[in-house]
Design a protein around this ligand. Structure first.
Ligand SMILES: Nc1ncnc2c1ncn2[C@@H]1O[C@H](COP(=O)(O)OP(=O)(O)O)[C@@H](O)[C@H]1O
Ligand SMILES: [Mg+2]
Length: 278
């Protein structure tokens, strides 16, 4: 199971668009995927056609412990893609959590048993580094940072890094930043090129090779309650998110090789045991 938080405390950088479309692309490739909407604005839920005004069960009830994750999770129109929605109730959770014991791990604690059913768990974080985001960072092993490929792209990144280091040291030593997505890239402007170069200079090989181009279909698809793959499968937006998703999957081959190298002696022992028994 891979668990990834899409995080950046700036709003409007492409977190929700990336969570929705990477999730959809993974599911269309046959993976079992759980999306968690951790933003009270509930844009991810809207992206999958959830009527957020009807105030159905949401992540808020999981945080409160009044409902089990199994009761809250819902299927989307894409097979293999499940969603734990959010709604505006979540905006009070941040304050309510302040006085809760183990406040950074409440969601992990209440959700943990369900996560192992999935190949991928993707969390769409709110645009802040508050308690909801900290909760996300104790659940996942990976952070992916979407950046808007605009002049102020790197503003706030050092604060995000400090938070990452702190959580890694205190609460989740497995946490790693595994990718940076250049979003809303405009290849026709000098600024677009310059900012992309700056992002690559700063983050080096952490930057995905696929930059997500500006594409109007990507901004239209949420209002139709659909990810880009079903709303406009031939658009550049769909192509870019498909290419990015492939890169994310390919990271596994690399990690797997590394893990194999690290566990090689143990693996050898178990092979010997097997051959003696047979
Ligand atoms: N590549 C893109 N091209 C055009 N519009 C985009 C693109 N990515 C995101 N958007 C739009 O920009 C706005 C902000 O994106 P969003 O993913 O909601 O950001 P965040 O979740 O970080 O606040 C949304 O209206 C979204 O539809
Ligand atoms: Mg968002």
């Amino acid at each position: 199971m891979r668990s990834i938080a899409f995080i950046n405390q700036k709003g409007g950088v492409g977190k929700t668009t990336s969570t929705a479309n990477v999730g959809a692309a993974l599911a269309l490739l046959g993976k079992k995927v759980l999306l968690i909407d951790l933003d009270p604005q509930a844009n991810l839920s809207i992206h999958f056609g959830v009527d957020i005004h009807s105030r159905g069960l949401s992540i808020y009830e999981i945080i409160n412990g009044t409902h089990k994750p199994d009761e809250v999770v819902r299927k989307t129109e894409i097979s293999g893609l499940d969603l734990i929605p959010s709604n505006i109730d979540l905006s009070s959770a941040e304050i309510e959590l302040v006085n809760t014991v183990g406040r950074e791990t409440v969601i992990k604690f209440n959700l943990e048993n369900m996560l192992y059913k999935y190949d991928y768990v993707l969390i769409d974080c709110p645009p802040s580094l508050g308690l909801l985001t900290l909760n996300a960072l104790t659940i996942v092993r990976e952070i992916i940072i979407p950046l808007q490929t605009e002049y102020f792209a790197l503003q706030g990144v050092s604060k995000l890094f400090q938070t990452f280091e702190l959580i890694k040291k205190r609460l989740n030593e497995e946490l790693e930043i595994t990718g940076i997505i250049p979003c809303m890239y405009d290849s026709r402007t000098n600024l677009g090129h310059e900012v992309l170069d700056k992002i690559k200079e700063y983050f080096e090989d952490k930057v995905f090779k696929t930059a997500i181009r500006k594409n109007v279909k990507l901004s239209e698809s949420p209002s139709h309650g659909m990810p880009i793959m079903t709303y406009a499968p031939d658009s550049n937006g769909a192509k870019d998110y498909a290419a990015l998703t492939k890169e994310i999957i390919d990271q596994e081959a690399k990690t797997f090789k590394e893990e194999l190298r690290q566990t090689a002696p143990t693996a050898k022992v178990s092979v010997n045991v097997l051959s003696t028994n047979s």
